[in-house]
Design a binder for this molecule. Structure first.
Ligand SMILES: Nc1ncnc2c1ncn2[C@@H]1O[C@H](COP(=O)(O)OP(=O)(O)O)[C@@H](O)[C@H]1O
Ligand SMILES: O=C(OP(=O)(O)O)[C@H](O)COP(=O)(O)O
Length: 389
């Protein structure tokens, strides 16, 4: 990839794609890792006398602008992390209003644009949107490792239209994850959970041949349990992928570990009634929101002695304390491996969870990308990385 040193940005306006898709609850940012991780790149560009136009997505808005997906709360977080004012530009990134606003930036000034996914062309990688975004800078820097697997206008589309380079976060992440690709020390254990089941179940097949064990938790578990004929009540499931999950179990059953028990809830809420049940016997009207105590012990045992670990996706709905025990138990087991293992935890919510558990300092690498890391680990070329070559 081209590096920042290969760009001469003094006096220029630099368009920077960051990943500020932060976990936000009731308007409050829950975890700032993705912002603080971007600061070295931003400081480096500012030190060279550039002005900065930052763009990111937040969540998955489907119908244009919506207040709950606004990046406005992130501007204050960035201001604090950067120690200088940040101008939030609330108009659509492609609009003339945004162009006029960024044209008035002076060297050393920083602007944050509104959510690029409010633009219908963003996820379609619409060339017209890429052209409009390219007007906002003299050069383009990609530092959004967490989005590098998306061939979207603000990630790869705009790169072809401006002199470009990878930011230091993107570079550091690719280097840290490459260690997992090149002869990982064994046993190598991968843990997958979370809620983005349809995205992430696809990478499991390509990861399985290279790992010694894969532990499944979170919302991911129920598609597998259903494939085994289990009863999953109202739990998260990807019906289209049940047959595929069955094939994976038939081929790799010896490597794949599934939960034996789960914490079931009578509603998706912090104050739900709960009960621990066998993971394949979730009653009708109930949903599985965490792995149970037997599974926590079994997963901690499976992690003992591991020399390489990659974890993406919380084991349960850790945002509610009643469903955080599974995630915390796995965080503890990964952290307890200490210096004897190379341990990587990645993903917006997974990082938020390990920070909350107090174990973050004890893992080798905290990655800002979940899906991006998984795609890199299964050997795929990431559109963002390719665009920076
Ligand atoms: N059993 C479950 N049912 C529904 N959602 C779950 C379950 N377990 C975990 N989750 C949710 O998964 C989300 C994180 O998933 P994901 O985005 O895939 O992870 P990451 O951001 O770390 O890549 C969390 O918000 C968590 O509440
Ligand atoms: O949070 C992200 O991915 P992750 O949950 O896999 O870490 C990235 O910002 C990508 O978001 P997307 O999966 O909606 O494209």
């Amino acid at each position: 990839m081209q590096t920042l040193d290969q760009l001469n940005v003094g006096g220029q306006r630099v368009l920077v794609r960051v990943d500020y898709n932060l976990p936000i609850k009731d308007g409050a940012v829950q975890d700032e890792t993705r912002v603080t991780a971007s600061v070295p790149t931003l400081q480096k560009l500012l030190a060279q006398g550039a002005s900065l136009v930052l763009m990111s997505h937040l969540g998955r808005p489907k119908n244009g602008p919506e207040e709950k997906y606004s990046l406005r709360p992130v501007a204050a977080v960035l201001e604090k992390a950067l120690g200088r004012p940040v101008r939030f530009i609330g108009s659509l990134p492609s609009s003339e209003e945004t162009l006029r606003a960024v044209e008035s930036l002076k060297p050393g000034e920083v602007a944050l644009l509104e959510n690029v996914r409010f633009e219908p062309g963003e996820e379609k990688n619409d060339p017209e949107l890429s052209r409009q975004l390219a007007r906002l800078g003299d050069a383009f820097v990609l530092d959004a490792f967490g989005s590098a697997h998306r061939a979207h206008a603000s990630v790869s589309g705009v790169a072809g239209l401006l002199p470009h380079a990878a930011g230091t976060l993107l570079q550091t992440e690719v280097d840290a994850l490459s260690r997992l690709l090149e002869n990982p020390a064994r046993p190598y254990v991968v843990i997958i959970g979370g809620a983005k089941v349809s995205d992430k179940i696809k990478v499991i097949e390509n990861l399985l041949p290279g790992v010694d064990r894969m532990l499944i938790g979170g919302g991911m578990m129920f598609t597998f349990i259903k494939a085994k004929g289990g009863q999953i009540g109202g739990s998260l499931v990807e019906e289209d992928q049940v047959a595929y999950a069955g094939q994976l179990l038939a081929q790799y059953g010896d490597k794949l570990m599934l939960p034996t028990d789960a914490v079931a809830a009578d509603k998706f809420a912090a104050d739900a009634r709960t009960q621990v049940v066998p993971a394949d016997q979730i009653p009708d009207g109930w949903m599985g929101l965490d792995i149970g105590p037997d599974t926590q012990r079994a997963y901690a045992d499976a992690l003992k002695g591991a020399k390489t670990v990659f974890w993406n996706g919380p084991m349960g709905v850790f945002e509610f304390p009643a469903f955080a025990a599974g995630t915390n138990a796995v965080a503890q087991a990964v952290a307890d491996l200490g210096q004897d293992a190379y341990t990587v935890v990645g993903g917006g919510d997974s990082v938020s969870a390990i920070n909350k558990s107090g174990q973050a300092d004890r893992v080798s690498h905290i990655s800002t990308g979940g899906g991006a890391s998984l795609e890199l680990l299964e050997g795929q070329r990431l559109p963002g990385v390719e665009a920076m070559k």
